[in-house]
Design a protein around this ligand. Structure first.
Ligand SMILES: *Cc1c(COP(=O)(O)O)cnc(C)c1O
Length: 802
């Protein structure tokens, strides 16, 4: 099973006929098999309060939430993921299955998937792309009702490309995967879905056309009519083109009507805290492949291209910008990331203050599948087995503190021993390829010690993750590692992006440090960080370290996986850890926050990491009671488990998405589409009127009663008035509101102003509001379209008083 990378299909193929025959008569084996089958069957039939059979909040299998992603991390045997984004998407589908939430995933089946990492004798990463036998994974061809295999065609420039649809069942959730590697396609088209995150920009764009446009066609072919479209990152934004075609040709809507429907039913989740890191293509390339399609929608390419521009630059087309302009719902993936994303994309709403940029957040979480078997047993016993369906409920997790110390510590020791065994096996394989002698390998694999405090740094080797921060003072680190009474060992793992030479150099630095300082028994680099390596590491580590650069870690999820297994965090207060850290469940690296220069930050933070290791972490870990249990440490482990299981499990994430986004989005879409699009058509029919008068209207004569007061006190009522010069425009086309910021401009409230009559060509408005908060305050008035749908279609229509 290990040899086939835990792939059950390959495993079955690898068994001989004789072996299968023996097993089919082995009563012990059949008994075990029956138990597993029953458990699975029970899971598949679970239906909380009949919710699934009745449809959940109006969603059901035919009208689900469509979840589009470039990558899905389901299992190590299906290498169609690269890192955190994909693992999140995979966990999302698994969580949806647990909760009975009707979701259909849409992605790509890559022929080679992502690369396998090898480290050459010089310490450099090399990438190996190998075709994985995608018919030997748990996947099936999708068939139509008449039994024919399901295909759609996608127009790529002047050609038509056939796309085959596959399906993976993720528990109760289905994942549709698109594939162009079929015989009837031209060779260059067969290669489109060759590898994930190809460096070839042109091929990458074609992949994203297949994902977006092909994905929409695939859903339609299968009779699935999603209520909400969730874009996990910008890669799938071309689905908007597919939807425009569908709504304009099949449903005969106008462009504005189609846009309004798409906006109301789209949620875009951004993950990348730097604009440059977001998906973009030269506008010329987009033109080459999309001009025809866009023209057939009745648009010029120039008009279309504007939806992908950021600022004045017309040479680059940004997919996230396109997604944002077609989504009423946008979110980041932690509270901190919401703020970072608002700053980053504020330029798309130049008329608004940053606080008002319409980006919210849902902090990421991880699926319970990341809980090790040893802890799953404990949770089953002390938390109760139904936690798998009700993980979003706080009270479910309160029993964690009742678990006896011995059980927690024993479970952890077993996990750690498993990790050491795994490392010994894997290391022998890895370093053989690096040219080490057998004698040395044997020595190495014995030296790694399950009793030593073990720290893991496992994540992508991207510069911002600062993988080598802990190597800042190599002598001091060596002393910590080689302490005779409180020894420490350090494990690194992670891939660098094939084009990221800085990242590759960091891997080399780690390997060289270990060699040059004679620490090969204390510091190791494990090759090919994937879901399997990740699982072993986040089960068996004592401490999980994460020291990213400020504002660069959107959320981070590996720490959550580790924390669920009682591993303690040693992490900068970034991403999820800002929300997770409570002073009792791990350590926060904060020393850098007083510096603005990154080199000074790094020095300060490295110093703090060493201090914490010397003064607290090793002290607590090696401080044992008579039973050999580190009591203080185990107390922290329980806190860590509680925090992660309660706040960062996937059920909570899905619950947030449901309440914050899916349900409101579905309600609004239903409202617009009911009675043959009655409300939609009514709203959009005002658009030309609003546009016609927009330039001419003007606010003036803004007064408040503030000036009449001697002293301003919180809760004081203030009256405000203003007038709107409407000429002959009907005032009901517009709404006027007061915009009031307080608490240093980070908080605001919007007070609608009441139309009180007309004087000459001016409409008069007034309102009263109460003073709130403290600090700098600011009051202003503004006008926008009265109709919510028109307002959403035209975020640029917002006029302040001059
Ligand atoms: C969880 C996971 C990640 C994401 O981890 P971060 O904490 O976001 O760096 C990346 N790769 C694999 C294989 C994972 O399992």
């Amino acid at each position: 099973f290990k040899e086939v990378n835990h792939n059950p299909v390959r495993f079955l193929h690898a068994l001989s006929k004789e072996r299968l025959e023996i097993l089919s008569a082995d009563r012990g084996f059949l008994f075990e098999l029956e138990k597993v089958w029953q458990q699975f069957d029970e899971y598949m039939r679970f239906d909380a309060d009949g919710k699934e059979s009745n449809g959940m909040d109006g969603f059901d299998k035919k009208q689900p939430i469509a979840y589009f992603s470039m990558e899905f991390g389901l299992h190590e045997a299906i290498p169609i993921y690269a890192g955190g984004l994909g693992v999140l998407a995979g966990d999302f589908l698994k969580g949806a299955s647990d909760m009975g939430l009707p979701v259909v995933g849409v992605g790509i089946l890559y022929r080679c998937g992502y690369f396998t990492q090898k480290i050459n004798p010089n310490g450099y990463q090399e990438e190996v792309y190998s075709e994985f036998e995608n018919h030997l994974i748990p996947i099936k061809e999708k068939h139509l009702e008449n039994g024919d295999p399901a295909f759609v065609d996608v127009r790529i420039g002047d050609d038509t490309v056939m796309v085959k649809i596959w399906q993976i069942d993720v528990g109760k959730t289905q994942l549709l995967l698109l594939d162009t590697d079929i015989e009837s396609n031209l060779p260059q088209h067969r290669e489109i879905t060759n590898e994930l995150y190809t460096a070839d920009r042109e091929r990458r764009m074609l992949q994203e056309l297949v994902l977006g446009i092909g994905g929409i066609k695939a859903l339609a072919l299968l009779g699935i009519e999603p209520k909400v479209y969730h874009l996990n990152e910008g890669h799938s934004a071309f689905l908007i083109v597919g939807r425009l075609r569908q709504l304009m040709f099949d449903k005969k809507l106008t462009l504005s009507e189609a846009r309004a429907i798409i906006r109301a039913s789209t949620l875009f989740t951004t993950h990348t805290p730097l604009i440059e890191g977001n998906e973009n293509f030269p506008t010329e390339l987009v033109k080459k492949y999309l001009e025809k399609e866009v023209k057939s929608l009745g648009l010029t390419f120039e008009d279309f291209a504007k939806i992908g521009f950021v600022g004045d630059n017309k040479d680059t087309f940004w997919l996230p910008a396109m997604a944002i302009r077609f989504a009423d719902y946008i979110n980041g993936v932690s509270q901190q990331h919401e703020r970072v994303s608002k700053n980053m994309w504020a330029q798309l709403w130049p008329q608004r203050s940053k606080a008002e940029v319409p980006i919210g957040y849902v902090t990421n979480g991880v699926h319970r599948g990341w809980v090790s078997e040893n802890y799953t047993k404990i949770f089953g016993r002390y938390v109760g087995p139904d936690y798998i369906h009700r993980g979003q409920k706080e009270e479910v997790w309160q029993t964690i503190s009742n678990i006896p110390d011995e059980e927690i510590w024993q479970a952890h020791r077993r996990n750690k021993q498993d990790l050491i065994n795994f490392i010994r096996r894997k290391l022998a394989d890895d370093v053989t390829a690096r040219g080490y002698s057998q004698a040395k390998i044997l020595k190495l694999s014995r030296l790694f010690n399950p009793e030593y405090l073990t720290i893991v740094f496992a994540r992508r080797f991207a510069t911002y993750k600062r993988s080598t921060l802990i190597l800042t003072d190599k002598e001091r680190l060596k002393q910590i590692l080689t302490s005779t009474t409180k020894p420490v060992q350090l494990i690194f793992a992670g891939k660098a992006h094939p084009a990221d030479f800085n990242g590759k150099n960091l891997i080399k630095d780690v390997i060289e440090f270990s060699k040059d300082y004679g620490l090969e028994d204390r510091v190791i680099f494990l090759e090919n960080y994937d879901m399997n390596v990740a699982r072993h590491l986040c089960w068996g580590a004592d401490v999980w370290i994460n020291v990213p650069l400020r504002d660069m870690e959107a959320s981070g999820t590996s720490g959550m996986k580790a924390a669920m297994n009682g591993v303690l965090q040693l992490s900068c207060l970034e991403g999820w850890w800002i929300e997770g850290y409570n002073g009792r469940n791990g350590w926060a690296v904060t020393a850098g926050q007083f510096y603005n220069r990154s080199d000074l930050q790094e020095m300060a933070e490295a110093g703090q990491v060493y201090d914490l290791l010397e003064e607290e972490i090793t002290e607590f870990y090696y401080d044992r009671n008579e039973a050999g249990i580190p009591e203080q440490w185990v107390r922290m482990m329980k806190e860590s488990i509680f925090t992660s299981c309660q706040k960062f499990n996937m059920n909570r994430v899905l619950d947030n998405y449901m309440k914050q986004y899916y349900i409101p989005s579905k309600k609004e879409t239903d409202r617009l589409t009911a009675d043959k699009y009655k409300a939609l058509k009514e709203s959009v029919s005002q658009e030309s009127q609003v546009l016609k008068y927009w330039d001419a209207i003007k606010l003036s004569a803004f007064t408040t009663t503030i000036d009449k007061k001697l002293r301003l006190v919180e809760d004081d009522a203030v009256e405000a008035r203003c007038s709107l010069n409407v000429d002959n425009a009907p005032p009901e086309l517009f709404k006027v509101e007061l915009f009031y910021t307080f608490s240093e401009k980070t908080d605001y409230k919007i007070v609608p102003m009441e139309f009180v009559g007309k004087e000459g060509g001016d409409a008069q408005y007034k309102c009263t509001f109460s003073l709130t908060g403290y600090g700098l305050q600011n009051i202003n008035v503004r006008v926008k379209p009265a109709d919510k749908t028109i307002e959403n279609l035209h975020p640029e229509m917002l006029k302040w008083i001059d």
